[in-house]
Design a protein around this ligand. Structure first.
Ligand SMILES: Cc1cc2nc3c(=O)[nH]c(=O)nc-3n(C[C@H](O)[C@H](O)[C@H](O)COP(=O)(O)OP(=O)(O)OC[C@H]3O[C@@H](n4cnc5c(N)ncnc54)[C@H](O)[C@@H]3O)c2cc1C
Length: 392
């Protein structure tokens, strides 16, 4: 079946659905296409944190702040249960060396207007009484929130459809046709052709494949993360808890070494604890480059469980009911690509690594602003695809 649209968005994860939602809200004739179901990619194999506490001061922090500020409003507007809660988050600090780094980091974030503060030993155990006795303090961020990422993608799709967007699932894109002037002419799917002049590549870890169809190189690599889901139980903690060392695992900082086993180091394991609305909790996570492998490995899961027990000894008594793994769309500088390209009408919105849920809304807003030629909410210079070419 053949059709047409002013803009075709490829990829129905949180990023592509957010782009579609913001375009439809701006009365743009938009069609979202996915090779499978909505949220069938990484957005269905992750956690749902919308965090500022783990962002680097500067652009990273400012971009995330803009996105985080959109969640309360959009969760109301969507009329769909995305399970948004905003109870803040807590980073657990293990020792004086971490405390020193945390105090400095906290000051920098506070200077950017992030509602963070350091908690002393007494305060941290008041906040999370089941934390191990030897945790010496914490850092909290009041504005951090949580949601259900699959529901977010579904909710954005629902909202986009209500605003007039068309959605084509189970329709893999196999080619993008260009006219003799190098302008986009059509998107070819297994189920038919879509005539269009503009395409947004929001295909996450598959964005490089879509890029190749128009001759573009997009440096995104899958970075695996494994998670464990616990049975419904008493509240181990009332809100998101991570170890401060998570920051080191995330940014591969070599200045500081945590006291962890060689396995935990090799698998990039750091505690992230997330209570869910249903009364379960999710714990993670790991960071590894293993290609497109989404299988869970017992050694990695064991390391994750051990690390969680170190912070919450009570977890030893709780059963896990399932595990899963997802692939983060990693870029070499950890920033996403939210960008125009050398192909007129071809945009990239991909490569959000471990922050795609939190950055989904600002990504959707920015791409819609680019396409509608409106002023941008923030400069996208650090997010341009050309930054990688410039470095070669
Ligand atoms: C373990 C783990 C925990 C995480 N926790 C968090 C967190 O707490 N907070 C946070 O902000 N981020 C988190 N992330 C990161 C986040 O999940 C991702 O950044 C985000 O889901 C990426 O969304 P996306 O829409 O770019 O990609 P995806 O969700 O992968 O969507 C891409 C879509 O493109 C489609 N597609 C691919 N090829 C084609 C084609 N040829 N034709 C049509 N469609 C195609 C796919 O089917 C897919 O649906 C986590 C990730 C992992 C792995």
């Amino acid at each position: 079946m053949n059709t047409s649209a002013d803009v075709v968005v490829i990829g129905g994860g949180v990023v592509g659905t957010a782009v579609t939602y913001f375009l439809a809200r701006n009365h743009v004739d938009v069609l979202l296409v996915d090779k499978g179901a909505i949220a069938g990619g990484t957005s269905g194999r992750c956690e749902g944190n919308v965090l500022l506490v783990d962002k680097m001061p500067g652009f990273d922090c400012q971009l995330t702040k803009l996105s985080q500020n959109l969640f309360p409003e959009i969760s109301e507007e969507l009329d769909y249960p995305i399970e948004w809660t905003q109870k803040g988050s807590l980073l657990a600090i293990e020792n004086e060396a971490e405390m020193e780094v945390a105090v400095d980091f906290c000051q920098k974030l506070a200077g950017e207007g992030v509602p963070v503060r350091i908690l002393d030993r007494h305060e941290v155990h008041d906040d999370a009484p089941m934390l191990a006795d030897d945790v010496i303090g914490g850092m909290e961020c009041d504005s951090d929130g949580l949601l259900n990422p699959m529901a977010l993608a579904q909710g954005l799709t629902h909202g986009a459809k209500k605003a007039g967007a068309k959605v084509q699932s189970f329709s893999p894109v196999v080619d993008i046709g260009l006219d003799p002037n190098g302008r986009i002419e059509k998107v070819v799917t297994e189920t038919g052709e879509i005539l269009t002049r503009q395409v947004v590549n929001a295909a996450g870890i598959w964005a490089p494949e879509i890029g190749k169809q128009v001759g573009l190189e997009i440096p995104i690599t899958p970075r695996q993360g494994q998670l464990l889901v616990a049975e419904r139980t008493f509240p181990v903690a009332r809100r998101k808890v991570m170890e401060f060392g998570y920051m080191m695992a995330k940014f591969e900082s070599s200045d500081y070494k945590r006291d962890v086993t060689p396995e935990m180091e090799a698998y990039g394991v750091a505690l992230v604890f997330e209570p869910t609305r249903a009364g379960n909790f999710i714990i993670g996570s790991s960071r590894r480059f293993v290609g497109m492998d989404t299988t869970c490995h017992i050694d990695v899961l064991r390391a994750i469980a051990k690390r969680a027990i170190r912070f919450f000894p009570v977890i030893k008594q709780i059963k896990f009911i399932r595990s899963y793994a997802g692939l983060r769309p990693y870029t070499p500088d950890h920033f996403p690509i939210i960008s125009t390209t050398d192909i007129p009408g071809f945009y990239v919105a991909a490569g959000h690594e471990g922050d795609g849920i939190g950055l989904s809304l600002i990504t959707g807003k920015l791409i819609a602003q680019m396409i509608c030629e409106e002023p941008l909410a923030i400069s996208v210079d650090p997010l341009k695809l050309s930054r990688f070419k410039d470095k070669q």
